[in-house]
Write a protein that binds this ligand. Structure first.
Ligand code: SAH
Length: 338
C-alpha cells in the first residue's frame, strides 16, 4: 500500500482524475491531512463514505514510530523506528527567530567523513519522502507548535537521495498543506557536484549549504573522501555557477577540529578560496563523540579564526551550540540506542 504522505498535491490530483473523481479532492485531502492534521480518512467530513473507503484501501497513513525523546536546553532530540525496524534521528531547535527541524534523509550514510558518527553506519537505504514528512508531523504533534524552518542536515547525504528529498521539499512547501516557505528550507550537502548542478535548475528558493570543513584538497580528501571524486576546484566552480544561475547566497559549513583545520594558515587559505563568492561561512564547534578521536577547537582559537575571515571580508558566524547536552551530534543517539 502506498503511503499518503508520499504524494505531492499534483500526484494526488492525478490519482483523483485517474479514478474519475474531481481534481479538487486533492486540495480537500491535503487540507485534511496537513491543516486539520487528520490521520484517518474516516475523520474527513467533506468526502463521501465511498471515497473514504476507497482511500483507506489504497493509502496508508502513519508508518514511522517515535521511540525516544530527549529534551535539552532549547533542543529536543527524537529517535524514530521505521516500518522495517531501521532507526533514524531528528533534532529540533528552538531559536529566537523560530523553531527549526533537522531531518534525516537516509538510514546510515556512504560518505564516510572521518569526523562523523553517522558515517560509521553504512547506508542501509534511502528514506522515502513520507518518512521525512512524518518526522515533521509527529514532532509538531509532540510540541503542539508549528515548525518554521527545516534543514535537511540529519543523518545521510540528501543529494545521494535526490529525488525523494526534492519530493519531501515539494510536499512541505505546498501552500495547501504544511506550507513551509522555500526560503525557510535548507539542504546541506558534502559536495556532490552533479546534484548541485541539478539543484541549480530547480524552481523555488530553497537554500543550499555546503559542508566544506577544509580549504585545500590534501586536508579535505583526508577528512571527506567525497573530495577525491570532486576536488575543490570543481566544487567551487560549480558553486559559482549555481550562484550565477540562482542569484542565491550559499552557506559554507566549517566544523572546527582541534589542530586539524583550525590554524591561522587555514583561515587565510579559506579566505582566499571564498574571496568574491556570495556566501557566508558558519563555523561549527565540533561535537565530540566517544567513538571518534577528533577534539573540538578551543574557543579562543575559534574566535581567532573568525577574526581572520572577518578581516578578509568574508561573512562569518559561529554556530550557537545546541546538541551537546542531548547527544545531538549526527548519529549519536542512534549509536547509543544500538
Ligand atoms: N551529508 C550532509 C548532511 C548531513 S551532515 C552534509 O555533509 O552536509 C550535517 C552537518 O553536520 C555536516 O556539515 C557535517 O559535516 C556536520 N557534522 C557531522 N558530525 C559532526 C559533529 N560531530 N559535530 C559537528 N558537526 C558535525
Amino acid at each position: 500500500m502506498k503511503n499518503i504522505y508520499n504524494l505531492t498535491i499534483k500526484e494526488l490530483e492525478d490519482y483523483f482524475i485517474e479514478i474519475g473523481e474531481k481534481p479538487f479532492r486533492s486540495i480537500q485531502i491535503y487540507e485534511g491531512l496537513y491543516k486539520k492534521r487528520l490521520s484517518s480518512f474516516k475523520d474527513m467530513t467533506n468526502i463521501s463514505k465511498d471515497l473514504k473507503e476507497k482511500l483507506s484501501k489504497t493509502f496508508s497513513t502513519y508508518k514511522i514510530k517515535l521511540l525516544l525523546k530527549q529534551e535539552g536546553k532549547n533542543v529536543n532530540k527524537y529517535l524514530f523506528e521505521l516500518s522495517d525496524g531501521n532507526k533514524i534521528e531528528s533534532v529540533l531547535m528552538f531559536h529566537n527567530y523560530g523553531i527549526s527541524l533537522c531531518v534525516s534523509s537516509q538510514v546510515g550514510c556512504n560518505m564516510t567523513c572521518a569526523f562523523c558518527e553517522s558515517g560509521r553506519l553504512k547506508k542501509v537505504r534511502n528514506l522515502e519522502a513520507y518518512e521525512m514528512v512524518e518526522q515533521l508531523l509527529i514532532i509538531e504533534e509532540d510540541i503542539k507548535k508549528r515548525i518554521t524552518h527545516v534543514v535537511v542536515m540529519g543523518i545521510g547525504e540528501p543529494f545521494d537521495n535526490y529525488d525523494n528529498v526534492m519530493k519531501f521539499v515539494k510536499i512541505i512547501n505546498c501552500g495547501k498543506g504544511i506550507d513551509i516557505g522555500s526560503r525557510h528550507i535548507t539542504i546541506s550537502t558534502c559536495g556532490l557536484v552533479p546534484e548541485i548542478r541539478k539543484f541549480a535548475e530547480e524552481e523555488g528558493q530553497v537554500n543550499l549549504a555546503i559542508s566544506l570543513h577544509a580549504p585545500n584538497d590534501e586536508l579535505r580528501s583526508r577528512l571527506m573522501p567525497v573530495n577525491r571524486a570532486y576536488h575543490l576546484k570543481e566544487l567551487i566552480s560549480t558553486i559559482k555557477e549555481y550562484i550565477k544561475k540562482t542569484n542565491r547566497r550559499v552557506t559554507f559549513e566549517y566544523i572546527m577540529l582541534d589542530n586539524v583545520n583550525d590554524s591561522e594558515k587555514e583561515a587565510i587559505e579559506l579566505s582566499k578560496l571564498l574571496k568574491g563568492i556570495n556566501c557566508y561561512v558558519n563555523l561549527i564547534p565540533y561535537n565530540e563523540t566517544e567513538n571518534i578521536g577528533f577534539k573540538r577547537t578551543k574557543e579562543w582559537k575559534i574566535l581567532k579564526f573568525y577574526d581572520i575571515l572577518k578581516s578578509n571580508k568574508i561573512s562569518v558566524t559561529i554556530r550557537k551550540e545546541f546538541g551537546g547536552s542531548v547527544d545531538a551530534a549526527c548519529g549519536q543517539l542512534r549509536a547509543k540506542a544500538e
